[in-house]
Design a protein around this ligand. Sequence first.
Ligand code: G4P
Length: 195
Amino acid sequence: MDLLKKKIQDEGKVLSESVLKVDSFLNHQIDPILMQKIGEEFAARFADAGITKILTIESSGIAPATMTGLVLGVPVIFARKRKSLTLTDHLYSAEVYSFTKKETSEISVSKDFITSDDVVLMMDDFLANGQAALGLLSIAEQAKAKVAGVGIVIEKGFQNGSSQIRERGFNVESLAIIESLADGQVTFKEEVVSR
Ligand code: G4P
């Protein structure tokens, strides 16, 4: 997605060979026009999948997921990372280990919002080692929902998240795939258009 790649090139800051800072439009300040285009792109890529719900994880997955839900006309659920005062039982939950932060968190979703009748699209802002996406997939499995695929805004192609998810048989659609952050430069992987 050229608009997203341009935004990454113009505003992204390469913090190290493995970390890209994009807090001017995705992780802190949010660019709503870009999010709208991102929502339209995901909706087009998954148009024929019969999606009934979108499942993401707080906090940075919520903006692109909501825009996609708006275009597809389906509800958006975000997995919580912290215990909620009102969300205490009747939960699906999964452990997510962050290699970046070196900590494990438990994510949870109320059983009220995903059922075996649902066709779920998983979404997140970044795909690195895939632990968050695998946690979301575990929640969908617990609910016996069908998984339509995984939609990612920025995939770090040099980490193993997408291969972990594809090995399990799921379709991963990433709008920008970063091949390398070496020498302070963002290099994108050449796109293979599958539609
Ligand atoms: P994984 O889920 O793919 O295994 O990723 P990992 O544990 O490495 O990432 C933990 C957090 O760091 C996630 O956000 C993830 O989106 C984010 N992250 C990973 N790599 C990058 C990167 O290169 N740049 C930026 N900006 N973020 C990265 P989180 O802690 O859940 O934060 P948030 O969703 O509340 O913003």
